[in-house]
Ligand binder design. Structure first.
Ligand code: GLU
Length: 421
């Protein structure tokens, strides 16, 4: 039988598995199986040659029982509504596990940012916000960056929103430049949060990070900073890294600055000549202690999970491990830290940004990082405690299920308090 790779079906499968373990109320379960609101928009944007192209975008509000929707906007040529729906569900569990006052949402535009110039990117960013403007807002649904969007894109989106509503409204969107009401520490917060999880998970496995070999799939915002932090702060050795074109490997460990320079010059980490070239598939199967998938969904599947050699998998991307692969990793006693814990640092600092914007009072980077560490460490402890609780009553469950149960209990309780069931 071919494995299910539709991200939304996967998200529903994970929810169903957790609901069965925790015996979630059936009405709450049914409410949580589908997004509350799905918006598809088609909008015009002017291209560099003067022609006007029609773009399709989505904004999905999965659940807002615990607060306004929250989640990034992706620009991707292969973007699909089902992917955005899955990501909005994962945002709901992410915000709930972190115990921040948001529901979950996600957006996406079908476009190829790599082939667009700055003017085209700006026109698409503004056009999308015009199209979804009545569905987003600081108390409705708060966007942020995600795959192939960044703080500049957030700045254009903020400007467009403020033009429409004719007022200053920085808490409408997060991940903005600091100069426009962004938060200190937001830029590398996803990776930093992931590194706090790495530290806690290493304690569980009694791994000495200074002796650890790490492989990272992906050299986007999260992957790049994970590399930097893992080597500079944790003293670990990153021996393999890749991007969409392929990867490089060096037994001695890769040098961050030299690698970043090569990427800058050639457009790919493969431009780094002092290391052996490898494929993305080979990277996942390297003989390392820690494997960090930091790129896209569905990377570790039923087809390759039995070839993973790491002791610890840290899901910095959203949805990199399929449910079938989950089972295989669990049976093989490979500790797999779930995405909505590992990459929660981004949205946690987004919450700090939203709170600072609303208060009009800004914190130092050190304050932000200290608060982030507290929240992530607490989420980790909540997950492990729940896992243990089920283990003691005779049902051993993987970390992902522990995290799901914590998140679902909170969302279901908020819905109950509101009288939704
Ligand atoms: N895109 C990030 C995520 O998937 C951040 C979302 C946010 O800050 O709202 O968690």
């Amino acid at each position: 039988m071919k494995e299910e790779l539709d991200p939304f079906k996967i998200a529903q499968q994970q929810l169903d598995d957790a609901a069965e373990i925790m015996k979630l109320d059936k009405t709450a379960h049914a409410l949580l199986r589908e997004p509350m609101r799905t918006v598809t928009v088609n909008f015009p944007a002017k291209m560099r040659d003067g022609t006007v192209k029609t773009f399709t975008g989505f904004r999905v509000l999965y659940n807002n029982a615990r607060g306004p929707g929250k989640g990034g906007i992706r620009f991707h040529p292969e973007e699909k509504l089902d992917t955005v729906k899955a990501l909005s569900a994962w945002m709901t569990w992410k915000c709930s596990l972190a115990n921040i006052p948001f529901g979950g949402a996600k957006g996406g535009v079908i476009c190829d940012p790599k082939s667009m110039n700055a003017v085209e990117l700006e026109n698409v960013s503004r056009g999308f916000i015009r199209a979804v403007s009545s569905f987003v807002g600081p108390y409705i649904d708060v966007p942020a960056p995600d795959v192939y969007t960044n703080s500049q894109v957030m700045a254009w989106m903020l400007d467009e929103y403020e033009k429409i509503y004719r007022k200053n409204e920085p808490s409408f969107i997060t991940g903005k430049p600091v100069e426009l009401g962004g938060s200190e520490g937001r830029f590398d917060s996803t990776a930093l949060g992931g590194m706090y999880v790495l530290r806690e998970a290493a304690k569980l496995l009694k791994l000495d990070l200074k002796k650890c070999k790490i492989a990272i799939q992906g050299f986007g915002n999260a992957g790049e900073f994970a590399f930097k932090i893992a080597t500079e702060l944790a003293g670990a050795k990153v021996v393999a890294i890749s991007d969409s074109r392929g990867g490089v490997y060096s037994e001695k460990g890769l040098d961050f600055d030299k690698l970043a320079q090569a990427k800058e010059k050639t457009g790919s980490v493969q431009g780094f000549e002092k290391a052996e070239k490898i494929t993305n598939e080979e990277l996942l199967q390297m003989d390392v202690d820690v494997l960090i998938p930091a790129a896209l969904e569905n990377q570790i599947t039923a087809a390759n999970a039995d070839k993973v050699r790491a002791k610890l998998v840290l899901e910095l991307a959203n949805g990199p491990v399929t449910p079938e692969a989950d089972k295989i990793l669990f049976e093989r006693k490979i500790l797999d830290m779930p995405d909505f814990l590992v990459n929660s640092g981004g949205v946690i600092v987004s919450y700090f940004e939203w709170a600072q914007d609303r208060a009009g009072y800004f914190w130092s980077e050190q304050e932000v990082n200290q608060k982030l560490e507290k929240v992530v460490t607490k989420s980790f402890a909540d997950m492990v405690k729940t896992q243990k609780k089920y283990g003691e009553s005779g049902r051993r469950i993987p970390p992902r299920m522990g995290a799901y149960i914590v998140a679902l209990e909170r969302v279901a309780y908020a819905m109950k308090l509101r009288g939704w069931y």
